[in-house]
Design a protein around this ligand. Structure first.
Ligand code: NAD
Ligand code: DAU
Length: 336
């Protein structure tokens, strides 16, 4: 039975990936390693087949803990674990350097020591910085000019992964994806925050003029691309992942309100994010041409699915928003 180690598998994208990978291959085993920071939630993994899934709570930046947690000879390690919210990185960048940079180096080292056959780093389009309105979309050759502490820490990790391949011949590869949305996304990020506020008729805080552009992809399409790169991609290569779906933030927020039948008067333009990147856009030609990957879910369909999911899982996001989602595992594992 092949075994994949998934770090950060209790977060948004990681948990959707674990579910999809186990569904797709009935012979696969997954070991999820996650610290369960505020962003990790065991409820995200509800329904995964327990006989093929093991969960370990541990910190990727602690080498001894990783040496204990990562099984010898695993077929792959896919690293989703990270501090991920740009606004938090502006307020306290230290944790981003520790988890995203040191943590990635620890995982690379442990993966080599333990004979893990393949390493895939899940990275982001934010490492490329910001585009002007008429610029072509980011290709893999675009320079790394990250703006926020979050983006800089991810760029640092990317360089460590490429260095491990170059120096030790380690089978390591990278994906850089655009903005994800879908079930189990923590309601600090744009779509679930706006959605959950609107459901409660609370104000929707749109930064600045709301004319920043993000390039959206449904999270299962991202997961399928990761599997394609893991199984068919080249060691040492970078693959951009995106669905060619640029939208102004304000238009995304309006679409959510329309779908929910709520008034635009809920929108509140608020102070802008410091150093706010104006536009991201991914050119996914390489992953399409080399691996035949294509997104399967349009933005309209994905947004409708996501809204349906949040309506049907009100208990999930209410427990996240009021903090009660932490009660049971803080009891088991101790507060962090
Ligand atoms: P998330 O914040 O929802 O989840 C991150 C997970 O990592 C959580 O479960 C958290 O508990 C865990 N974690 C954090 N620090 C850890 C540590 N020190 N040790 C072990 N686990 C730790 O994030 P997400 O949105 O699911 O993003 C997952 C990955 O994908 C990240 O690497 C992110 O940079 C990347 N990415 C995200 C997006 C996006 O739009 N969300 C787009 C492209 C790439
Ligand atoms: O591009 C990929 C990245 O997308 C990932 O690497 C990050 O982990 C992920 O957090 C995300 O970063 P963004 O900063 O683009 O996502 P966020 O959801 O925080 O914000 C999306 C846009 O919406 C951004 O332009 C800021 C704006 N925004 C966000 C929030 C939370 C608002 O206008 N109001 C808000 O309250």
């Amino acid at each position: 039975m092949p075994t994949y180690v998934v770090t950060g598998g209790a977060g948004f994208i990681g948990s959707n990936f674990v579910r999809l990978a186990l569904e797709r291959d009935a012979g696969l085993k997954v070991v999820t390693i996650d610290l369960l920071t505020y962003a990790g939630n065991l409820a995200n993994l509800v329904g995964v087949p327990l006989e093929r899934h093991t969960f370990i709570r541990a910190d990727i930046s602690v080498a001894d803990a990783m040496a204990d947690a990562v099984p010898d000879g695993a077929d792959a390690l896919i690293n989703f674990a990270a501090e991920t919210h740009v606004d938090r990185s502006i307020l306290s960048p230290g944790a981003f350097a520790r988890t995203n940079v040191v943590g990635t180096q620890v995982l690379l080292d442990v993966a080599r020591e333990k004979g893990v056959k393949r390493f895939l780093q899940v990275s982001t389009d934010e490492v490329y910085g910001s585009l002007g309105p008429e610029d072509p979309a980011f290709t893999e050759a675009h320079p790394l000019v990250p703006s926020s502490p979050y983006a800089a820490s991810k760029a640092g990790a990317d360089l460590l992964v490429l260095a491990a391949h170059h120096t030790y011949g380690q089978d390591a590869r990278l994906t850089r994806c655009s903005n994800n949305y879908g079930p189990y996304q923590f309601p600090e990020k744009l779509i679930p925050l706006m959605l959950s506020n609107a459901l409660d008729d609370r104000p929707l805080p749109v930064y600045g003029d709301g004319r920043q552009v993000r390039d959206w992809i449904y999270t299962d399409d991202h997961s399928r691309a990761i599997l394609a790169v893991l199984e068919g991609g080249r060691p040492g290569a970078v693959y951009n992942i995106g669905a060619r779906c640029e939208r102004f933030n304000i238009d995304v927020v309006r679409a959510i309100l329309r779908e929910l039948g709520k008034p635009e008067s809920l929108i509140q333009l608020v102070k802008d994010r410091p150093g706010h990147d104006r536009r991201y856009a991914i050119d996914p030609t390489r992953v399409e041409a080399e691996l035949g990957w294509r997104p399967e879910v349009s933005f309209e369909e994905g947004l409708a699915r996501t809204i349906r999911w949040y309506r049907e899982h009100e208990d999930w996001w209410r427990r996240v928003k009021d903090g009660s989602y932490r009660e049971f595992y803080d009891e088991w594992y101790g507060d962090r």
